[in-house]
Design a protein around this ligand. Structure first.
Ligand SMILES: Cc1ncc(COP(=O)(O)O)c(C=O)c1O
Length: 353
């Protein structure tokens, strides 16, 4: 793939900010280059030095976990940062466009709007799968990015793998972004292992879900090293803070927590589904490969408001196209799910459903 053709020229030619520590690699020395405070931070741990702009230690760990090379990894301040940078790298408002497949994660549209880039929406099928023929028809010479979320938010299901291959086989004049934020909860292998076959493929993952590190803000893009170098050029130099880097290194050194919590959340999900099946007001429980379920309820809006009044906060999707009367419920602790079920039962009993 001739990447230069599909990257905005001013980005391709950009001379990036050179950070103070670019000329010296090492941790020992007298550092008088970055106008830091040499005395410390006044905290238990010191954060007075700028963090590694390219987060090499974390990339070393991730390369092993994700079975790819360090050069194929970009680290962002959440995968939301990667979404925004990918748009800024490839799209202008007058000559580019993006395809998304609603109902899907809201930030693709928000980031496109922030960057004033036209968006084509090709809705999922009623079964929440990719509408392949319509996607292929919607692709034109201005298409630079296609976002595919799998498992999809808010529907929870994986996209059919063969359908994704069809798009990868037919669209080569821009980039296909597969957002795998919830992949750790599914049984499906990641598309990271397909990077060698598809030069236009970009995979997004995050530590915000299965890894339990949403507050630290760390997301990843996996792609050909040419793409990764461009993302690194346009990101703010120190986009991942030192506290996040330290804590993430620690978290990644032990996979026990992730394995165990994914296992536990799957058990909790099955229990929650079993309990919901006994409730008359539940119309449909959609199949989920993620750590949440989309559920269609009778009188969904009223139920949602009632739950809020009981301080149980779910995500009301009942006004989203193809999700009418549906609420997205994150799988909680066993006790939290029990309380939710109890309150849903009280609501329907009161309303004679
Ligand atoms: C599909 C999807 N992608 C990306 C994100 C953002 O993740 P991060 O916390 O890494 O920005 C989310 C968050 O909910 C999501 O649902």
């Amino acid at each position: 793939m001739d990447y230069k053709k599909y990257i905005l020229p001013h980005i391709w030619n950009l001379k990036p900010y050179s950070s103070a520590r670019d000329e010296f690699k090492g941790s020992d020395g007298i550092f008088l280059d970055a106008n830091e405070n040499p005395i410390g931070s006044g905290l238990e741990e010191n954060y007075n030095r700028y963090p590694d702009p390219l987060q090499w230690q974390i990339k070393g760990q991730l390369a092993q976990i994700k079975k790819c090379s360090e050069g194929e990894i970009f680290i962002g301040n959440g995968s939301d940062e990667a979404i925004d940078l990918l748009i800024r790298m490839t799209c202008t408002s007058d000559s580019s466009s993006i395809i998304i497949c609603p109902p899907t994660y809201g930030m693709y549209e928000v980031s496109a709007s922030i960057n004033n880039v036209p968006l084509t929406k090709v809705n999922l099928t009623p079964e929440y799968q990719l509408n392949i023929d319509s996607i292929l028809k919607a692709i034109n010479s201005s298409t630079r990015l296609i976002f595919i979320c799998s498992p999809n938010n808010p529907t929870g299901n994986l996209m059919n793998r063969q359908d994704i291959y069809k798009i990868l086989d037919s669209f080569k004049t821009g980039f296909i972004v597969i957002d795998e934020a919830y992949i750790d909860f599914s049984e499906e292998p990641s598309f990271i292992q397909e990077l060698n076959k598809f030069p236009q493929l970009i995979v997004l993952q995050t530590l915000s879900k299965a890894y339990g590190l949403a507050s630290l803000r760390l997301g990843m893009a996996f792609a050909n090293p040419t793409i990764i170098k461009l993302l690194n050029k346009i990101k703010p130099p120190y986009n991942i803070g030192g506290a996040t880097q330290r804590l993430v290194q620690k978290a990644l050194s032990d996979s026990h927590f992730v394995t165990e919590s994914v296992k536990q959340l799957k058990v909790n999900k099955q229990q929650l589904i079993a309990d919901l099946k006994h409730i008359n007001g539940v119309s449909t429980i959609f199949h989920s490969d993620a750590n949440f379920i989309l559920v269609k309820f009778i009188r969904a809006q009223e139920l949602f408001d009632y739950l809020i009044s009981k301080k149980i906060i779910a995500r009301n999707r009942s006004n989203v196209e193809l999700c009418n009367d549906s609420i997205r419920i994150t799988i909680g602790l066993e006790s939290e799910n029990k309380e939710l079920i109890q309150q849903i039962n009280i609501f329907y009993t009161k309303n004679n459903v």
